[in-house]
Design a protein around this ligand. Sequence first.
Ligand code: PLP
Length: 225
Amino acid sequence: MIKDNIKEINKRIKNACKKAGREPGDITIIGITKGVDPYTISEALVHGIRDIGENRVHEVQKKRLSVMPGFKWHMVGHLQTNKVKDAIEVFEFIHSVDSLELARKIDKEAQKAGKTIDILLQVNTSGEEAKYGVRPEEVSNMLREISVLSGVKVKGLMTITPLAEDPETVRPYLRSLREIAEKIKEEAIPNVEMEFLSMGMSQDFEVAVEEGANMLRIGTALFKE
Ligand SMILES: *Cc1c(COP(=O)(O)O)cnc(C)c1O
């Protein structure tokens, strides 16, 4: 089942790449495994998925040891500062840094643990009140403040699009994230890389590919029955 889902997703990514003049090999699927049992997650490894993402620290602590080793674990959900210490034990990559306070806390705990944690800054491209993330106009200043922290390494930007029946309705938000990343690249802030754009979920990953995403966070389309 997962095998077929992955095949289907890869086919759709390939088509979107063709349309956009991009290489499928430049795009990483991050399987979002919240609510998925360890056995099923492990099956995804067998079929070529190497990156998985979760949105709750506690869930990962519970099931991580039952999942086949070999995955890189990504944190994609809102992270409370009091969970940071636990988070950096289990996650190598944090997509959801949405405040300076959180970045500083990750830096502090990472330094204590002798690690550098790769992070993305989460941007609220849609302006929805309920969404976490930094406002687009705050991104540059916040990255400058984060860039001096040696326990974290900024690798790019992430956004969560609003629910939409028609993926075309979220294209402006996806495009906006790419444009912000391009602008930041031009600013050439030391210690800040814009290597990754984490955007696109089951509902809109093809449009995300067309708009430049190279980390797709796909849950439902990957693990559905
Ligand atoms: C659940 C989740 C996803 C995956 O959503 P699907 O619609 O199941 O593909 C992606 N990103 C985040 C932050 C999520 O919480």
